[in-house]
Design a protein around this ligand. Structure first.
Ligand code: PAF
Length: 280
């Protein structure tokens, strides 16, 4: 496995890789969720590139950029064990000049859900993903369903900018109690970790209602909120039942929906989602 820290080295090493190439972009501190994306890339591609970069532009001032967990040595060992061919692990200066001024913005998709609490988050995500795709030039890009809005935003950007890459979305990987794997789970104190299982309980409840034929958007939202209310230390940011593509909040009878939740438990903000009525 080669490890590159500069764009020039990535391009030189990538040109020697067997095609097609799959890219799994990550912010490191890898868990099974990330590794499942690497495996997804491997299943479709002859070569796999992973990036490890805690992207400063997707964190607002006051968010957890400095605290975000990092362990590059461990990440590299995990990626090597997965047979990754090339890792791009740059410093921030390699990707952003001090006077960086070009941003990708998708205002209609990013003003709600995560974007409502994190107004500059998705321009940072869209910009870095496009930069990584331009640098690595993969045929396949893999992202996780856990960050559902990110997947929708990136898919729309790639389509509208005619970027020649296939986007694949890997299913959310969960702990035994259903908590979606996330590098930020490392912030949870033991009591908070127990409470955190409420997100998946709420999603399972709405899934069961959907299976039983409930199609009213308000009823679906209320079912999620009722389960979350059972854990008073889970401070709800939003409960959403939205169109899976436009991300607009739905009313009345729905045919398909993205049910998503953001909850703060202690100092940790957790998100999770489920697609109802179609495969994610
Ligand atoms: O999902 C993530 O870890 C990040 O948002 C990504 C896609 C690697 C961009 O920094």
């Amino acid at each position: 496995m080669n490890v590159a820290t500069t764009i020039a080295d990535v391009r030189a090493l990538r040109s020697r890789l067997e095609e097609p190439v799959g890219l799994a972009p990550t912010m490191g501190y890898l868990h099974e969720g990330h590794l499942s994306l690497v495996r997804l890339a491997r299943a479709e591609c002859a070569s796999v590139v992973a990036s490890v970069f805690v992207n400063p532009t997707q964190f607002a001032p006051g968010e957890d950029f400095t605290d975000y967990p990092r362990d590059l040595e461990r990440d590299l060992a995990l990626l090597e064990a997965e047979g990754v061919d090339l890792v791009f692990a740059p410093g921030a200066d390699e990707l952003y000049a001090a006077d960086h001024t070009t941003w990708i913005e998708l205002p209609t998709l990013t003003g709600r859900l995560e974007g409502a609490s994190r107004p500059t988050h998705f321009r940072g995500v869209a910009t870095i993903v496009l930069k990584l795709v331009n640098i690595v030039a993969p045929q396949v890009l893999v992202l996780g369903q856990k960050d559902a809005q990110q997947a929708v935003v990136v898919g729309r950007m790639l389509r509208e900018l005619d970027v020649p890459v296939e986007l694949r979305i890997g299913p959310t990987v969960r702990e035994e109690d259903g908590l979606a794997m996330s590098s930020r789970n490392a912030y949870l104190a033991p009591d908070d970790r127990t409470v955190a299982a409420v997100l998946y309980r709420a999603l399972r409840r709405v899934e069961a209602l959907w299976r039983d034929g409930e199609r009213d958007a308000d009823a679906l939202r209320e079912a999620i909120s009722a389960v979350l209310a059972g854990e008073p230390s889970a401070d709800v940011d939003y409960v959403s039942v939205a169109d899976p593509e436009s991300l607009e909040e739905l009313d009345g009878t729905v045919e398909a929906a993205l049910a998503s939740i953001a909850v703060r438990i202690g100092r940790t903000r957790l998100i999770d989602n489920l697609v109802l009525g179609r495969s994610a």
